[in-house]
Structures are given as C-alpha cells and as structure tokens.
Design a protein around this ligand. Sequence first.
Ligand SMILES: [Zn+2]
Length: 300
Amino acid sequence: MFQGISAIEFSKMFVDNESCYNYLIDLKWGKGYQCSRCGNTEHMKGRTWYYRRCKKCLYDESVTANTVFHGMKMPVLKAFHIIFRVTTKKKGMSTVELGTEVYVQQKTAWLFKRKIQSVMKDKSLLQGSVEVDETIIGGYRAGSENKGRSLKDKAAVVVAIEALGGDKTGNINFEVIENFKADTLEVALTDLIAPDTYIQTDKHAAYEALKEKFPIATKVSNKGEAFPEIHKQIMLFKNWLRGIHHKCSSTHLHAYLDEYKYRFNKRNMRKWIFNDIMQRLMNSEPRPYSILSALCAYST
Ligand SMILES: [Zn+2]
C-alpha cells in the first residue's frame, strides 16, 4: 500500500480493471476477512477471483459489494482515473473536464463526482480560537447577481476558521443557513465549533444576543478588514466555485462547500488524499452486518 501517489506511479499501478480490483481487495480484506452478513471471519473461494464466500452462511460477496463501486456501469479503471484527478489536482476539476479526459459522459462524471464529494464530508468541530463571519453566495445563474437582496437563488453561509495566532490559519468550516436570526446562528455555531471555543465575530445584533451562550467577542468588521483571513477564504471559495465549476445551484452548494473544506483542511497532506478518499468510498455504504450489530446493541 503506498503512502502517496504521483501521476507516473498511478499509471504504472492501474493499467486495467484487474489491477483496480486488486487494490480494492487489499483495502477491503487486506487486514482480514469478515462476512458482511454474519460477521464470520473464515472464507473460501467465491464465484470469481474478486469474490469471497463465507464458510458459515455461504454468502458470496464481491469486493465491490456495500461500496460505492457496486453496480457501477462505468468501468472501474475510469472511476479510478476520476478519483485520481479529483483528489490530486490542487483545485479539483469540473465534471466537463473530467468527462473529456476520462472519456465518459459529463453526466456520468457528475454523478460519480457527487459520490466523491459525499465522502469528503467531515463533521469535526473547530477548536482554539475561531473567527466567524457570514457571506452570501450567488446561484451563479445569468443575471442572478443583480436581483436585489432576497436569498432566492442565493444562499447564506456561515464561515468559521481557526485563528492560530500571527497569520497562521487552522481548519475551516461552513454551514448553509436560512436566515441571520439568532436561533439559526446558534445552531450553526453549535454545528461548526466545539463547546467553550473562543469566538470572534462582527457586531451583528444576532451575535450580541448569543453572548450568554457562547464565549463571543465582537468587533466592528469594517467591511471585513478586521477579519482578513476569513475574508480571503471567502474570496478564494467564490473564485474557486466560479473558476472551476462555473455554476452551482444552491441545492448543491453544500457539496461544494464540503469539497472545498476537505481540500483546505487537508492542504498539508495532499499526497494522502487519494488513499483517504478510496478508503472512504469503500466504507461509505453501510454493510448489512454492521447495521445488524448496531441494531442489536441498540435493543439491549
Ligand atoms: Zn457469513
């Protein structure tokens, strides 16, 4: 198993569907086999070389069962190419470019890219000292930028970022919100930031109202000048959305926020991203056995 991967290594390792399946076998059963149906750990040969049959319940399981690769019409090698491009390019890729480079229809690339984005989700909370601000992100449809202040076609987003002192920045976190009321912001802060974290934000009336519940310090934003790092990140996110993806409806905005956040928070470990995403894709569909055992644990 490699630690990081370059384009040359990638093209040497993955030459056909078979080499991709071998890699998936290593990810799924490399540390030992366990039956997805009954939890038994002994197996015999399955119907093909990438199947394993449980010795106890005889369930014959493919390496792709209970993973996002299951039932996929696109050849697995093409899926690997998409994952490699999405995970190793510093800014990712649009599905139009992906479709052209990997020779699949844009819709196929888009659907698979959504699966990659869905495993990029990360619920860990920010800690230490955090700056918070809000921004409005347009739907980027023609003309939508000029249609007044209604949130129709646009989305409000709370942005939070760890300030490590000096110019240093830690992790970033986002949440799409429906309005700027204190109740809404309270939920967002709870979702984004660990309890008792010191929060700095602008003098928005709603934040003043939350001072009893969170350790919040407010200062005059002065059009963002008081919070340069967070405003830089908001700009970068908007440019990334426009530059790479051209448009994004508010329905899918959260997926792009997840992707941006994942990339930003893993910016110092870019080499490991391919492996990390692969592991997440293999574990993203709940296996029947883990659901069963969770249910049993719940009922006792
Ligand atoms: Zn079994």
